[in-house]
Design a protein around this ligand. Structure first.
Ligand code: HEM
Ligand code: HEM
Length: 547
């Protein structure tokens, strides 16, 4: 292509390609981007406000990298002890680690340092909120179903790594809060039977707090975890591209097409704008909302714990698990087993795992091997929605447990009352949340059915000649009726007759029996309201029109 002379359309004179064209030709000849761009840049993305959560994760992650790289220029990950002498008077003459001192310098002496530190911290909080909300969006709409299960797992791994990255970052400044967090983690490690003590000694380079921990957490926080996450984010987005995005039901939308905006230029322009919006919000937060004022908290000392010590919100629920667990401890063959710590420590990944494996369990129960590109409305999958809300409610209850001291002081209650409330609520609230959510979903399904058949209540009351009052219903458009009735209603998996035609009893595997029972619980009688059918609608239309 290079060196090609084109004729201008206006007067037929040959024109040399512009510099830009030559550069594009040069790059295309070597990287072949043109062919890729031609096929991919016009890719269509469906639009819905809830699809923005994934973007919030992406942009806050990029901002974390940008601000994080900047912080590395000034932060010193060192446990070496120094005596502070600087512009912040109240700490002058106090012994602290170099890590803490350099964080003070970033906050007080480096120009713009406090702003960038605060943006980094706010971005971390928003990043994890974004991931949780994005994950729940995917969960509630069933967007994890085939072929997106692997991408669900990529995303889930990102969430787990995000939590750990947040914890390691929070631990770096070595203030009293971050040291307390490290102490908490060390307690959890110590509770691991038999090897716990060795693990702790290895990690901390001797007795707690040792001299190594910050220097060890540092490369994990700035290189290892973000590096793995970056790779996973790229893989995640490639898969979103490859599978194409799910879309909500609507006229003309099928399992085989995608209706929306082209990636280039419309979606890219929107995405670019949204990036700056997210950056803008984080910059304003970083500028006006104080976060983690390490100078006010003071340097870490193993013999001190400040009241109200809290992890960042996303780890509050793991803290809650430990705070509300009875302090069980047993002695086994001369080894102390701190079950009061070890059980919650193992429960935390199990609660997270429940959400990781859900797509596979649902696929097993339904036995559905088809691809799904039309997103569910949460009300049309009441059991799944109920389970999602129950999971969230457990998260919320444990968060209260993690902040039991704060709740106690703010509500003027005894801390024991809160602890006992959480101990009971951990079992009761998720069940209640499940039942109530499922009922609400069924109620909404009833309403959809009524709306599809009888139209929307207009609020206009009419009196008929014979005296009866009726409310006038406005018919829905065909498109609206389609949206209300497009969903599939899954039939529960059945075991089939237990005896064959010759009366011989068939052996049924235990796993099959479990599957049938779960399928009945999820899709059996009372779990969905039959959707309005075309026949019912036609019958009503041709009847007396009397609703
Ligand atoms: C998923 C990504 C990340 C999360 C969730 C995260 C989270 C955090 C948090 C919560 C802190 C404590 C901030 C504070 O002082 O109040 C922190 C500190 C820090 N982060 Fe990150 N971070 C991430 C990525 C990165 C990256 C990619 C880098 C560098 C390349 C980085 C470098 C740093 C440094 C140097 C500090 C210590 C300075 C300080 O605390 O002021 N972070 N991080
Ligand atoms: C660093 C964290 C993450 C980033 C940057 C990210 C980014 C994105 C983006 C931009 C999209 C397309 C737009 C959208 O649907 O919102 C998407 C889709 C998706 N994400 Fe994530 N995500 C992250 C974490 C997660 C998590 C925690 C999960 C679930 C556990 C997840 C599962 C999915 C799935 C299944 C899709 C496809 C959805 C569909 O086609 O409807 N992602 N992600």
């Amino acid at each position: 292509m290079s060196g090609r002379i084109e004729r201008s359309r206006s007067n037929g004179r040959p024109v040399a390609p512009s510099k830009g064209e030559r550069l594009a030709d040069w790059a295309d000849g070597r990287i072949g981007l043109n062919a890729l761009a031609k096929t991919q840049m016009r890719k269509v993305f469906p639009d819905h406000w809830s699809f923005m959560f994934g973007e919030i994760c992406l942009y806050s992650f990029l901002i974390l990298i940008l601000t994080g790289v900047w912080l590395t220029l000034f932060f010193e990950p060192s446990n070496v002890e120094v005596v502070y002498e600087g512009p912040y008077e109240p700490l002058n003459g106090i012994l602290m680690t170099r890590a803490y001192e350099s964080t003070l310098e970033i906050s007080m002496e480096v120009r713009g340092g406090l702003l960038i530190r605060q943006i980094h911290h706010w971005a971390a909080l928003i990043f994890v909120v974004g991931m949780l909300v994005h994950m729940m969006r995917v969960f509630f709409t069933g967007a994890f179903r085939k072929p997106r299960e692997v991408n669900w797992l990529f995303g889930w791994t990102l969430l787990m790594l995000g939590l750990i990255t947040g914890l390691t970052g929070y631990s770096l400044p070595d203030d009293l809060l971050s040291g307390t967090g490290i102490r908490f983690a060390q307690g959890a490690i110590l509770s691991v039977p038999v090897v716990g003590t060795y693990l702790s000694m290895f990690l901390f380079g001797g007795e707690f707090p040792g001299h190594d921990i910050i220097a060890r957490l540092y490369p994990i926080h700035v290189l290892l975890l973000p590096g793995i996450m970056l790779g996973l984010v790229v893989a995640h987005l490639i898969l979103v591209f490859y599978h194409k995005h799910t879309q909500f039901a609507g006229p003309g939308r099928t399992e085989k097409n995608v209706i929306g905006m082209p990636f280039m230029p419309i979606y890219m322009a929107k995405a670019g704008g949204f990036f700056f919006l997210v950056f803008g919000v984080l910059a304003v937060l970083g500028a006006v909302a104080q976060i983690n004022p390490v100078w006010a908290i003071g340097p870490y000392r193993p013999d001190l714990v400040s009241t109200g010590a809290q992890p960042d919100w996303y780890l509050g629920f793991s803290e809650g698990l430990i705070r509300v667990m009875p302090g069980w401890e047993i002695n086994l063959f001369g080894h102390t087993l701190a079950l009061g710590v070890f059980i919650p420590f193992t429960l935390f990944p199990l609660i997270m795992m429940a959400i990781a494996v859900y797509p596979f369990i649902e696929a097993w129960i339904t036995g559905d091997k088809r691809e799904h590109h039309i997103a569910d409305r949460p009300r049309n999958a009441p059991t799944r929605t109920g389970l999602g809300v129950a999971w969230l409610s457990l998260y919320g209850v444990l968060l209260i447990g993690g902040g039991n001291d704060i709740v106690a002081t703010h509500l003027h209650l005894s801390i024991n009352v809160i602890t006992w409330f959480v101990r009971i609520a951990v079992f009761v609230v998720p069940v209640l949340a499940f039942v109530v959510t499922r009922r609400i979903c069924l109620g909404l399904q009833h309403r959809d059915r009524d709306k599809a058949l009888h139209g929307r209540e207009s609020g206009i009351i009419k009196r008929l000649p014979h005296g009866e009052f009726i409310e006038v219903h406005e018919p829905l458009s065909q498109a609206q009726r389609h949206v209300l009735t497009a969903h599939e209603q899954t039939l529960p998996y059945e075991l089939g007759p237990r005896r064959d035609a010759n009366g011989v009893e068939r052996r049924v595997k235990r796993s099959d029996r479990l599957r049938a029972r779960l399928a009945r619980a999820m899709y059996g009688p009372g779990t969905q309201v039959p959707k309005a059918t075309a026949e019912e609608y036609r019958e009503l239309q041709h009847g007396d029109g009397h609703h």
